[in-house]
Design a protein around this ligand. Structure first.
Ligand SMILES: [Zn+2]
Length: 244
């Protein structure tokens, strides 16, 4: 299938990123959100699960882990957006057990209607061979919630006016068709990722901050590769849907 790449999206005034876990937003769209925030965009986060599977320590205190990961997500949001950091909300679904059921869709719809973002971002639920069910279900949640949030007869019990965003950006896209130049914000993306200190071992394969070099190189080379076909030093790729 031939892909027609769209031009850069004008920075929105507000954005809501919907993730399965703490740290997914920074991997998927940290550079883009940092760029938009620098242009004045308010950046909101909605994290669906509690991140309670995010450790290899079988004896870990999971309640403490959940609290720690929420604090890390708030710090990451601050590093991405600075003064333009908006709300950071947590649905608190159990990590690994996220479902795209009606009740959970309603929770995402409520966030969209209350925060009224111009752009919504989330996981591409149709990414082939990506095994994690939370990423697939978080993607389905964001797509289904976009449809329901815009029409008044879905979840009328919310008592909140419907809201139709201008665009949906799906990161980890199966067929990306949109690149955002993040040359100026790669370091902010990295700083935000590194706010997730509890994930140094499992995700970044580093015992502590001094061992993050390989991880940084991996992220820098990935965004650099994505930038090459678009003539920029670094890019994040998305499937962009504007017919909402
Ligand atoms: Zn994740």
């Amino acid at each position: 299938m031939a892909v027609t790449w769209s031009a850069e999206h004008p920075p929105p005034t507000s954005a809501l990123a919907v993730a399965a876990h703490p740290d997914d937003v920074e991997f998927g769209a940290g550079g883009t959100l940092a760029k938009w925030a620098a242009a004045g965009c308010i950046v909101h986060h909605l994290v669906c699960t509690d991140g309670s599977k995010g450790t290899w320590d079988a004896g870990a205190d999971l309640t403490a882990l959940v609290t720690r990961r929420q604090a890390e997500q708030r710090e990451a949001a601050r590093r991405v957006a600075g003064e333009r950091a908006g709300e950071v909300r947590f649905l608190g679904c159990v990590d690994g057990d996220l479902e795209a059921d009606r009740a959970t869709i309603g929770l995402v719809v409520r966030a969209i209607r209350e925060l009224r973002p111009q752009v919504v971002l989330g996981h591409d639920p149709w990414k082939r061979y990506r095994l994690h069910p939370d990423h697939r279900n978080a993607g389905l949640l964001v797509c289904d919630a976009i449809v329901a949030a815009r029409d008044p007869h879905f979840f009328p019990e919310h008592g909140i006016a419907p809201h139709r965003p201008d665009a949906l950006f799906l990161w980890e896209a199966d067929v990306p068709d949109h690149a955002e130049d993040v040359s100026a914000t790669v370091e902010r993306k990295l700083a935000a990722l590194e706010a997730h200190e509890s994930q140094f071992e499992t995700t970044m394969h580093a015992a502590d901050a001094s061992e993050l070099g390989t991880f940084r190189d991996r992220i820098r080379s990935r965004v650099a590769e994505h930038g090459v076909p678009h003539g920029v030093d670094a890019a994040e790729l998305f499937a962009r849907v504007t017919d909402l």
